[in-house]
Design a binder for this molecule. Structure first.
Ligand SMILES: C[S@@+](CC[C@H](N)C(=O)[O-])C[C@H]1O[C@@H](n2cnc3c(N)ncnc32)[C@H](O)[C@@H]1O
Length: 276
């Protein structure tokens, strides 16, 4: 007889999961996210042959298996991303920010970028393709992609995408030029891949040693944090940027305290943040 999986979470276990995810990654999950815990944790329950999420919580609480504990936290991160997400920002990079950076860095001919919360790598690789399409190809170009989740960092490093992923946001001309078929999937090719490297980093940790960067993407991640966490992260990002370097948040995002370290600039309808 197949085992019946009970997904219902006891209230004290729900509170434990909220606190555990918050302490491990900073993500705030409100009291009404039962469905999210249930749908994301059910596969882990099944994988470990457990009968319920409550049994899974008991294992995490016992602190005997760090892998399971980490797996639970990773499962609660949202990794949604796609190529050239928020195209207006890439247009602004191509038409305004890159020309300015080229002028500013014409002596060193070196540009450094950071995709903070890079998920499966589409953001970093979109930027890499944009750079290869611009006349800075022969410059020293480095893109760092970082994420809390080692699972998505491994995927970003592999640079292997499913058809459904390359269908999202990636122009056909760039698909043909910078990817090759690998079975049913698409493999990003060496000229793009070699511009980007990926590391596992928790954004709440000190990031002073990462920079200095000319431009940082920190998009669609601040929404998961409380105000104190956001402030701490913005402060750290500021330390990684050259003075006058650029921070791009997601289109609709802003963060409390940002004006302390950044100046807002409009490029058309787009707000970008300049390190003071
Ligand atoms: C929705 S994705 C955003 C991906 C990409 N920046 C974009 O806009 O398409 C959010 C990513 O933030 C990562 N994340 C969440 N909390 C984090 C933390 N404390 N440190 C680093 N990364 C974190 C998640 O693992 C996830 O991959």
């Amino acid at each position: 007889m197949s085992q019946v999986l009970t997904t219902e979470i006891l209230p004290e276990n729900y509170r434990f999961l909220q606190e555990h995810v918050y302490s491990q990654v900073g993500i705030v999950l409100e009291d009404n996210k039962h469905y999210l815990f249930e749908s994301r944790l059910a596969p882990i329950v099944k994988q470990h042959g457990l009968g319920s999420i409550n049994e899974l919580v008991a294992l995490v609480r016992a602190k005997r298996n760090q892998d399971i504990s980490h797996q639970v936290v990773e499962a609660m991160t949202t990794n949604e991303t796609y190529f050239f997400r928020d195209p207006a920002q890439y247009e602004a990079i191509k038409n305004v920010l890159l020309p300015k950076l080229k002028e500013d860095r014409k002596d060193t001919r070196k540009l450094r970028f950071w995709s903070a919360a890079s998920s499966t790598g589409q953001e970093a690789y979109s930027l890499a393709m944009l750079l290869l399409e611009s006349n800075v190809k022969d410059w020293n170009l480095q893109i760092l992609g970082t994420d809390f989740s080692s699972k998505v960092v491994e995927r970003a490093r592999a640079g292997l995408y499913q058809q459904i992923e390359v269908n999202r946001g990636l122009p056909a001309s760039l698909l043909v030029k910078y990817f090759r078929r690998s079975g049913m999937d698409w493999q990003i090719t060496e000229p793009v891949q070699k511009l980007a490297r990926f590391e596992t980093i928790d954004l709440r940790k000190s990031m002073r040693t990462l920079g200095p960067f000319d431009l940082v993407f920190c998009r669609n991640v601040m929404i998961y944090f409380d105000n104190d966490t956001k402030r701490g992260i913005l402060k750290e990002i500021h330390t990684t940027l050259f003075r006058g370097g650029w921070l791009l948040l997601a289109g609709s995002e802003t963060a409390s305290g940002i004006d302390e370290w950044f100046e807002r600039k409009m490029i058309g309808n787009l707000t970008v943040f300049v390190a003071k």
